[in-house]
Design a protein around this ligand. Sequence first.
Ligand SMILES: [Zn+2]
Length: 346
Amino acid sequence: MIQDERTKDYYQALIEKNTEYEGIFYVGVKTTGVFCRPTCPARKPKFENCEFYETVQQALLASYRPCQRCRPLSHPNHISEIVQMLVEAVEKNPEKRWKGQDFKALSIDESTARRQFKKRFGMTFVEYARARRMGLALKSIRSGENIIQTQLASGYESSSGFRDAFSRIMGAPPTLVENSLVLKASWLDTPLGPMLAIADETQLYLLEFVDRRGLEREVERLRRKTKAAIVPGQTEPIVSIEQELADYFNGTLTEFKTPLYLLGSPFQKSVWTQLMSIPPGETRSYADLARALGNPNAFRAVAQANGANQLAIVIPCHRVINSDGELGGYGGGITRKQWLLTHEKS
Ligand SMILES: [Zn+2]
């Protein structure tokens, strides 16, 4: 979400239906739960009810659905039938995971759909559907509300995908959880975008950017391994990590002290522990790490363990780069990796 001085400009553009701002921003309307393009013909919301986003994906992950009037997923002068049809299909059944036969049922060519979405929105249709699904699942976490209250407050979701989207990703709703472990999840806004934090009363289990590729599977894996349900809320480790992240981003923190729960094999844990010994401002290669672990040939396994890290920033997998000095990959995206490394150097 854009939170700086641009929001005033954008709001002005919204009021004026300024076509020059098409594609520059999208606006989420808190009172209706939809997101619009700047030129939407519908009545304009109050400034305090607007949230501005640079991309469709960000608006979806913040749980907004596309407006029926201005159709923010279509080019201003051209509504692609395929795009429109697929967007409507997602709204009818937001928790669905799309497979090849689903496209066939709609007589849509999967690769055409992928191309059209990618060209227009920088993400494929499957990524679109996933972002919408995650957005619904993250909705009550983002607002910090109890899931049941959220459902009651909104007729649209109570009858359709919300409960399913939430429970498919986060586990059974709280009413159904009796004796099992309950993990709490919070939405943390950071200068690099929103993060999802999941913890019990004593330890932090997961910290990831909400737009991270594969987050849905990670959360599912966490749930399966811990047999826990995940509900919106805060615990001591979440309060602690929120404060530590704030200090980290303003440059006053070098060591995280929030207790961590490491969910992995003994080898993965040894890699993660090794990662935490890399001081801020420095980097290592996979080969360096493998040598430090006394197993110089294990760099591939080290790379895998690095990728399986579920505690972004705190376990600094972003400090691992290629042997040739290239940045290498990062689950949260290369731009963030570069930002973090630059931030830690200064
Ligand atoms: Zn609209």
